[in-house]
Design a protein around this ligand. Structure first.
Ligand code: DC
Length: 235
């Protein structure tokens, strides 16, 4: 859908815990509005992948501040749905279980958050952006015109992750158990919500939407309609 004449391009921040429907909603709302979509989780995953590739994880656990050497030369860009880390396409690799297990630790590091926040603010400078993550409405764009906080029951979220894994690996090889997936999701939420820097939390102005019983179409519609109203108000 094209931008309507006379409407202002806004910033839409979508936060919430893992597998609450953020990225699917954000991507589709961005498409419908003709906005760009930025998946900030993919940025934290890219830094985590870099740390793993360099074999520096144990070193960083002992000496977290040395992460500044890793991030100083990092560049991350998006081309449609593809994510590039220093010009290599890492779209598939950043979804590895290895990365998922370590990303909460890497994203708790202040140097990493400071650097990625700068990049995210730069991506949003032109406005007309839908950005999803954990701290977009609270820290990255506290002035975002539309702030959404998506939540869903942890069992439902584990089922969604399971369905994604089956879609990626239809022969069923190496599929984790649903209880294990749910447990991992709960642990990651706890780590994201309890960390010192920019923890996962709902901004007071955010609209909270529980997606447990909503179809994707319905959640996209809710956010899209809120955005249309706000675009008009901002004229
Ligand atoms: O959305 P995701 O599951 O791909 O995010 C991966 C991790 O990155 C998540 O566990 C927390 C972290 N993250 C963050 O700390 N801040 C953000 N804005 C986005 C993600």
């Amino acid at each position: 859908m094209k931008q309507e004449k006379g409407t202002k391009r806004i910033i839409i921040a979508i936060d919430g815990p893992a597998a609450s429907g953020k990225s699917t909603t954000a991507r589709r709302v961005a498409q419908q509005l003709g906005y760009i979509y930025i998946d900030t989780g993919a940025m934290y995953r890219s830094v985590t992948l870099k740390v793993l590739q360099l074999g520096l994880l144990d070193h960083l656990r002992r000496s977290p501040e040395s992460v500044s050497d890793v991030i100083k030369d990092i560049s991350i860009r998006f081309e449609g749905d593809r994510v590039f880390l220093n010009d290599s396409d890492v779209t598939a690799e950043i979804r590895d279980n290895r990365v998922s297990r370590e990303v909460s630790f890497i994203s708790s590091l202040k140097h990493v958050r400071d650097r990625l926040r700068e990049m995210q603010q730069e991506f949003g400078r032109q406005r007309g952006v839908v950005m999803d993550g954990r701290d977009i409405g609270t820290v990255v764009f506290p002035d975002a015109e539309l702030k959404i906080f998506l939540v869903a029951d942890s069992r439902e979220r584990a089922k969604r992750r399971y369905a994604e894994l089956i879609a990626k690996c239809p022969d069923g090889g190496e599929l984790p158990d649903l209880d294990v997936l749910e447990d991992e999701i709960i642990k990651r939420d706890r780590a994201d919500a309890e960390r010192e820097h920019a923890p996962l939390t709902k901004h007071v102005d955010a609209f909270e939407i529980d997606t447990s019983d909503l179809t994707i179409d319905r959640q996209v519609d809710i956010v899209y309609n809120l955005a249309l109203d706000l675009q008009k108000d901002c004229r």
